[in-house]
Design a protein around this ligand. Structure first.
Ligand SMILES: Nc1ncnc2c1ncn2[C@@H]1O[C@H](COP(=O)(O)OP(=O)(O)OP(=O)(O)O)[C@@H](O)[C@H]1O
Ligand SMILES: [Mg+2]
Length: 374
């Protein structure tokens, strides 16, 4: 088998951040192993995402009835929401095998051509982080997706010739955390695009109940509510916090995860009731207590908490913004009223320094965020 298959799933450089933070949405290498044991194996086992899973069920059922592989599927959304799980489910629902690779692992178009020509009829090819695929490979993929054909180039320079090669009809499942980085032509070739949403606390409680049963953890309803509320809408974080709380419950209590046990464990791991960790709170505290709520530039903020600006920007801010605690403005970062309240500080008289919150048109590469009027 060709090299990219062997390196399946290891291409995520972003995964490195996963190890340190209890509430990072990314998974570390060890965590990926644990996760595979907790993956749902069918659409009925897959919790939440009602829209995507119902639409997908129809796509798959229709294809099965016609006896043809379904349209190519693109799954997009933040890390840890179940894209890989769904991709594997598509294979098992169709009863076909799934070949797994990732965008960064496909360096040359030849790698991809080899992979495509090895696919059996109706197989699923899962390309994780598909937005990171190299350009020449992407172009090869267009033709494969459309006509189930690849051009294999033989020779070099002016004498090179392209030999068309038929491949078996297959279904491409692409996953991406950055749908905005996908080129138009690639995006257009997917017949179905599933946009994954953050989970509601009740859905996370279902995820937790399922994981607890699989791991043999005695999890009470109140204990699960406590964990779900701090999981940032992300099943991966919920499962990770469950494992940490279980350790605590076994060592410091009788193994049963009650509300009190969950609270004590999560306090120990510095995850507060909104799911903020130490660094998130440090950023907010610096912003509110040292800079009077802002506006302050991200690099100043980063120095104040002793971190790299990119860490603050990529690790802390997305959730702080989503939780409505921090706003990005043209003049810098600003703490919202909710941030002052979350830190137990009196909201400044006359409100927040920059006044009214408005919604600006989304900046390129960022999701729509509440911005302040400058
Ligand atoms: N709907 C769900 N029901 C039950 N468990 C889920 C669900 N979604 C995700 N999980 C759990 O969360 C973990 C992470 O999910 P998964 O690896 O599929 O996320 P992902 O979107 O592919 O993340 P990444 O972008 O980092 O690749 C899995 O171990 C899985 O058990
Ligand atoms: Mg994944």
């Amino acid at each position: 088998m060709s090299a990219p298959f062997d390196r399946a799933m290891t291409g995520e450089v972003d995964g490195e951040l996963g190890q340190e933070w209890a509430v990072s949405p990314q998974a570390g290498d060890e965590e990926r192993v644990v996760e595979s044991a907790l993956r749902p194996h069918s659409l009925t086992e897959f919790i939440g995402q009602p829209k995507v899973s119902r639409q997908l069920a129809l796509v798959l059922e229709g294809a099965k009835r016609r006896g043809r592989p379904p349209d190519h599927v693109l799954l997009s959304g933040p890390p840890g929401l179940g894209k890989t799980s769904l991709a594997l489910i598509i294979g098992s629902e169709l009863g076909t095998s799934v070949k797994i690779t990732s965008g960064p692992a496909i360096e040359r178009s030849g790698d991809l051509a080899a992979m495509l020509s090895n696919l059996g009829a109706g197989d699923v090819l899962f390309i994780d982080e598909i937005h990171r695929i190299a350009r020449p490979a992407e172009e090869l993929l267009y033709m494969a997706m459309e006509d189930f054909r690849v051009d294999v180039v033989v020779g070099k320079g002016p004498g090179a010739t392209a030999i068309p090669l038929e491949i078996n009809p297959f279904t491409l499942v692409g996953a991406t955390t950055r749908a905005g980085l996908l080129t138009g032509p690639l995006r257009d070739r997917f017949g179905f695009v599933g946009q994954m949403e953050f989970y509601e606390p009740a859905e996370l409680q279902e995820v937790l109940a399922r994981s607890a049963a699989l791991l043999g953890v005695d999890l009470t309803e109140a204990g699960s509510a406590e964990i779900a509320g701090r999981s940032r809408g992300t099943p991966r974080i919920a499962n990770r916090l469950l494992r940490r709380v279980r350790d605590y419950a076994e060592v410091e209590a009788d193994g049963r995860v009650t509300r009190e046990v969950a609270q004590a464990a999560l306090a120990l791991y510095d995850v507060d009731h909104l799911g903020l960790d130490r660094l998130d709170r440090a950023v907010l505290e610096a912003l509110v207590l040292r800079f009077g709520g802002g506006p302050v530039g991200v690099s100043t903020l980063a120095v104040a908490v002793g971190e790299e600006p990119t860490t603050v920007e990529e690790v802390c801010e997305p959730f702080l913004v989503r939780a409505g605690l921090l706003a990005r403005t043209p003049r810098g970062r600003v703490a919202t009223e909710a941030a002052w309240r979350h830190l137990g500080q009196p909201v400044p008289r006359g409100g927040i320094p920059l006044g009214r919150v408005t919604t600006d048109p989304p900046a390129p590469g960022s999701s729509s965020e509440a911005l302040f009027d400058a």
